[in-house]
Design a protein around this ligand. Structure first.
Ligand SMILES: [Zn+2]
Length: 175
């Protein structure tokens, strides 16, 4: 079933996909002070009796400091009415979440999956891969030394600061 578009501006599109008794929300573009989060929350609640929202954050390409503030206020409001979860967290959001507490909800909030950035110096190619948080927790080392891309002699490397990038998962990657 196709989702509906709740917000569309030059900078961001936010799609909604009803799923069971919840709603998957998919922001694609830039989060800044111009995003109408109040409108987003009423539109989401307008879908009917939902008990949760899950944000697919894979399409968030940027977030500025005003966007962070608005996003945190929005999450706080949303959490009084709904369970809020996250999936496919983009590199930009993961990096911010390692600096800004609660960007992905308070500790214990569910992050189903997230993206990891890689770079291959031989192919001169940056790429991201989405990983389930459960899988990552079982064996983080596997994702720091990934399988090479298809190119022969390829040298794919984890492309962020290891000590910082996974901080949003919490101590011991526990969340
Ligand atoms: Zn390569």
């Amino acid at each position: 079933m196709a989702g509906s578009i709740l917000i569309q501006t030059e900078k961001i599109t936010i799609e909604a996909q009803p799923t069971g008794d919840g709603l998957v929300l998919r922001p694609i573009g830039a989060i800044d002070e111009d995003v109408n989060f109040t409108g987003l929350l009423s539109a989401a609640l307008g879908f009917g009796p939902i008990s949760w929202v899950r944000f697919d954050l894979g399409g968030v390409a940027s977030i500025n400091s005003c966007g962070v503030r608005e996003w945190l206020l929005f999450l706080e409001k949303a959490r009084t009415k709904l369970r809020v979860e996250f999936e496919n967290v983009s590199v930009v959001m993961a990096e911010q979440a390692s600096i800004v507490p609660n960007l992905l909800g308070p500790r214990g909030s569910v992050v189903h999956s997230f993206q990891i950035p890689y770079y291959c110096s031989k192919c001169d190619q940056a790429t991201v891969r989405s990983v389930a948080t459960e899988d990552f927790k079982k064996n983080p080392a596997r994702f720091l030394k990934p399988d090479a891309c298809e190119t022969r002699g390829c040298d794919l490397q984890f492309d962020a600061l290891e000590d910082e990038y996974f901080r949003f998962l919490g101590p011991g990657n526990g969340r």
